[in-house]
Design a binder for this molecule. Structure first.
Ligand SMILES: [Fe+2]
Ligand SMILES: [Fe+2]
Length: 296
């Protein structure tokens, strides 16, 4: 059993990540795995895969900017080491999801244009709220925004995507396995390290609570944009037919994702993430703020 400080060490990171679940992988999946033919050949599936992957890249670029920025204002050596390992994890996530765009047939020189074209404006705003705290070198707010809010969201989104992709797209599901394992470490740090800092700086709570409320709103607006779009409706219908034919089951938090309507998926995702925020914030002594709901 590693103790509190060892759990943040580079040695622990080496043994639990590069020398463990990332062994024998390339870009986060077993060597030789490919995107399925259906995703590569069906224009609708391919475009949705590009759109979804773009949001992952936007989120991971934000996490990379935030974790690297927080290294410079960490108040203790253990946090600094941990955030240095997290910086490399996030850079890896940016790389593996960018590689997925290439695997989906996006040309290298088109990557930035593709990201600009598909990036969800509400997700960009979500990232800006967090990066503003990091720019001000506000360590406590930055860690709550990153390791509780951003990564709490990423954790649930990745888990849901892994459930959906487990059978139809093992390559993508395997890439998600590694990122989920990394995110689990990152959210653990947020909770363990930040609770004591918040006890030392109770005056920071109102500002942190405002940040959480604002980020949560932009997150819900991002989900709404995705799940209420005609493209998503089409994709979900299409995917459902495939899954029914293959008789695959994809149950997540009590909802069968192979049978559910887009609005049911949006609801279970939003409720799961907000429930996680509430529990995690409660454990670090911050009061969860109910965000406004994006208009229907
Ligand atoms: Fe990440
Ligand atoms: Fe992370």
């Amino acid at each position: 059993m590693t103790d509190f400080l060892d759990a943040y060490s580079i040695q622990y990171w080496l043994e639990s990540c590069p020398q463990a679940y990332l062994m024998d992988t390339e870009y986060g999946h077993p060597v030789g795995e490919r995107e399925p033919e259906l995703v590569l050949e069906d224009p609708l599936f391919r475009e949705q895969a590009i759109r979804t992957t773009t949001q992952l890249i936007v989120g991971e670029r934000c996490a990379l900017a935030a974790s690297s920025g927080l290294v410079g204002c960490a108040p203790d050596a253990a946090s600094q080491c941990f955030l240095a390992t997290q910086t490399l994890d996030e850079a890896r996530h940016v790389e593996v999801f960018t590689q997925r765009l290439l695997d989906l047939g996006v040309k290298k020189k088109e990557v930035e244009d593709t990201i600009r074209r598909y990036a969800n404006p509400n997700l960009v705003k979500f990232a800006e709220v967090l990066l503003e705290k990091v720019d001000k070198k506000d360590f406590v707010a930055g860690v709550v925004g990153q390791n509780v809010v951003l990564e709490g969201m990423a954790f649930s989104v990745f888990e849901m995507m892994r459930t959906v992709n487990r059978e139809p797209n093992p390559k993508f599901a395997h890439t998600l396995d590694g990122t989920i394992a990394d995110e689990r470490r990152h959210v653990g740090f947020g909770e363990n390290r930040i609770g004591s800092l918040i006890r030392q700086h109770p005056e920071k709570k109102p500002e942190i609570e405002r940040m959480q409320k604002e980020m949560s709103y932009y997150m819900l607006a991002t989900f709404a944009d995705s799940f209420r779009s005609p493209e998503m409706g089409e994709e979900v219908r299409h995917a459902r037919e495939e899954m029914r034919e293959a008789r695959s089951e994809a149950s997540w938090h009590g909802v069968d994702l192979a049978l559910a309507e887009p609005e049911e998926i949006e609801a279970v995702l939003a409720d799961t993430v907000l429930g996680e925020f509430k529990a995690r914030l409660g454990r670090i002594g911050v009061e969860y703020q109910t965000p406004d709901r994006p208009a229907a």
